[in-house]
Design a protein around this ligand. Structure first.
Ligand code: DAT
Ligand code: MG
Length: 168
């Protein structure tokens, strides 16, 4: 058993179908701890980096449009970092098979996923599938200050010329 972190995304179809609460309830069965949470506006660059291992596959462009929210008139994804013993496999078990038609019907993807007429798997959630993927994905979706535990090495930098907004 190893202490692991894993990235979970509630994809645009999950948000559109108001499934976030339901999904978090299901995932709480794994008895893990949420150490990061944010709602993200998904840019093309973020989408393409997240799915770079699938570049060149016939469904790639539609997958990018799906995760960006273009197919669900939203541009949001809810992102969570879970931590705990064997977090990666425990979450994958509750999430279910990639193809919603093959997924266990009581898994999240089995219960709520669908295959579109053009063949995209709208499978409601993403979950990291290895510790290497989890590290890459968590670093892509979260900065060190957006996670409440020090899980990977980081450094402090002073930046004076960074443009950011503040409340008025
Ligand atoms: P997973 O999301 O289970 O880790 P993956 O990393 O292989 O699966 O693929 C990422 C997403 O791409 C997946 O959630 C849905 C889509 N996808 C994968 N294979 C597909 C296929 N053969 N047809 C359509 N969409 C597919
Ligand atoms: Mg994957």
């Amino acid at each position: 058993m190893a202490l692991e972190q894993t990235l979970v995304l509630v994809k645009p179809d999950g948000l559109k179908k108001s499934l976030t609460g339901n999904i978090l309830s299901r995932l709480s069965e794994a008895k893990l701890v949420i150490i990061g949470a944010r709602v993200v506006n998904v840019s093309r660059e973020l989408a393409e980096t997240h799915y770079e291992h699938l570049q060149g596959r016939p469904f790639f462009e539609e997958l990018i449009q799906y995760i960006m929210g273009d197919l669900h008139s939203t541009h949001r994804v809810a992102a969570f970092v879970y931590q705990g013993e064997d977090a990666i496999q425990k979450i994958r078990d509750i999430v279910g098979d990639t193809n919603p038609e093959n997924a266990n019907p009581v898994s999240i993807r089995g219960a709520y996923g669908r295959i579109t007429t053009s063949g995209v798997f709208e499978n409601v959630v993403h979950a990291s599938s290895s510790s290497e993927d989890a590290e890459k994905e968590i670093k892509l979706w979260f900065g060190p200050d957006e996670i409440v535990e020090d899980i990977y090495p980081s450094r402090e930098v002073m930046r004076s010329e960074v443009r950011m907004r503040e409340w008025v």
